[in-house]
Design a binder for this molecule. Structure first.
Ligand SMILES: *[C@@H]1O[C@H](CO)[C@@H](O)[C@H](O)[C@H]1NC(C)=O
Ligand SMILES: *[C@@H]1O[C@H](CO)[C@@H](O)[C@H](O)[C@H]1NC(C)=O
Ligand SMILES: *[C@@H]1O[C@H](CO)[C@@H](O)[C@H](O)[C@H]1NC(C)=O
Length: 366
């Protein structure tokens, strides 16, 4: 499948970017006094307009509250109807170290080719060896990303918007990084998202899938992160009572992917402002937005296991080859929530060989 429809050809609607530019000018003047005393915004106006045009098209393409009632989900799972898909969104600034493991993950699934799509956002300033196989030609138009900055939010939204536009059968959107590995087979992941969540939903009387995203307000540093752009800088779009924390990696439903690219509360205006001191905007933007838009529609936990013991400069524990064993995989799957963990991070690149050694016997054996 070609992604060429996402290159920004001016033939589509040449007046849209111009209109957006005109409409944004008053906003820029409004924000300028806030921006100028701080470090320069890493996202250029040109990139911002590019994104606005992409997000606008993606949000316009999908109705705002596209519910996925069980009845239609079931009928879509029937043999004559096409199956809903999972969009796997890889956000990376280096080689996809675990591409061979993911390749096995995707090719081992039954009829898996009709049940997933892959999209890669790779920092264009970094030279990346093309991974080939199922990853061939899956790179989307990307922009520079920088740790601890709003560029990571923008990149994740670009992935969501591109996947929304590319295939209307993308029903779940799983954000992953180059350090993530699968903890289960493709079939297990697919069935967990599309089937195993259903009894839980039925009990709750809810007839739609939920997003798997951590949403928390218990962290001691929440106020520090909130004030990282200056006192009251987040107001009025984001009152502190609504400010949330959560894992950067999540699995969103289609209606939540639309909510994120639409951002009707214009929270991006605030989250894009640079922080005066260290902050991790991507850990707050998505949980805050979704908890304001649709808290019941989210599980409030993530499916991606991370080990924060002895975290170092904001980095979680990185597993190295000597730590790898079947027992580690079994341990990482265990969760205190309804669903086991499906993915885990972070693993050093040299874990690939030992992981491939236990892929068939452990990782993809459920
Ligand atoms: C988490 O990381 C610590 C080291 O930082 C390690 O001792 C511990 O075993 C890890 N936990 C799991 C579940 O892997
Ligand atoms: C589950 O909860 C217990 C008790 O709070 C905690 O010690 C443990 O680390 C949790 N396990 C996971 C996988 O988060
Ligand atoms: C491969 O895995 C088996 C256990 O499944 C282990 O005994 C063996 O040492 C591993 N080999 C390598 C090269 O990691």
């Amino acid at each position: 499948m070609s992604l060429s429809m996402f290159t920004f050809s001016s033939s589509a609607s040449p007046w849209v970017p111009t209109l957006v530019l005109l409409l944004s000018l008053p906003l820029l003047f409004l924000l300028a006094p806030r921006i100028l005393p701080l470090r320069p915004v890493p996202i250029s106006l040109h990139d911002e307009l590019d994104d606005i045009s992409l997000f606008h098209r993606a949000a316009a393409d999908s109705p705002p509250h596209q519910h996925q009632p069980l009845s239609s989900a079931k009928s879509r799972l029937g043999s004559t109807n096409p199956k809903p898909k999972i969009a796997f969104l890889f956000l990376t600034n280096s080689d996809l170290h675990f591409a061979p493991l993911w390749e096995q993950f995707f090719s081992n699934g039954s009829q898996s080719t009709n049940r997933y799509n892959i999209y890669i956002h790779a920092d264009p300033t970094v030279k990346i060896n093309p991974p080939g196989g199922v990853f061939t030609d899956r790179f989307i138009p990307a922009k520079r990303t920088r740790r601890s900055s709003a560029t990571l939010i923008a990149a994740a939204r670009r992935l969501l918007a591109t996947a929304l536009l590319d295939d209307s059968r993308n029903a779940f959107f799983a954000l992953l990084s180059q350090h993530c590995i699968p903890l289960h087979s493709f079939d297990f992941v697919y069935n967990t998202l599309f089937h195993r969540s259903i009894p839980e939903l039925a009990q709750l009387g809810s007839l739609q899938y939920r997003s798997f995203i951590e949403i928390s307000s218990k962290e001691w540093y929440l106020l520090l992160r909130y004030d990282a752009r200056g006192k009251n800088a987040m107001l009025p779009e984001v009152p502190f009572e609504h400010f949330r924390f959560g894992s950067q990696f999540f699995v969103l439903t289609r209606r939540h992917a639309v909510a994120v690219v639409r951002d009707r509360r214009q929270m991006w205006r605030k989250f894009r402002l640079p922080c005066i001191f260290s902050c991790y905007p991507e850990e707050h933007y998505f949980p805050t937005l979704l908890s304001m838009e649709d808290p019941e529609g989210c599980t409030h936990y993530t499916l991606t296991r991370v080990n924060w013991t002895d975290c170092n400069d904001g980095h979680p524990h990185t597993y190295r080859p000597p730590e790898l064993s079947p027992e580690l995989i079994y341990k990482l799957r265990q969760s205190n929530f309804t669903h086991p963990y499906l993915f885990a991070r972070k693993f050093s690149p040299d874990c690939l060989t030992p992981l491939l050694n236990i892929s068939d016997s452990v990782i993809f054996r459920d």
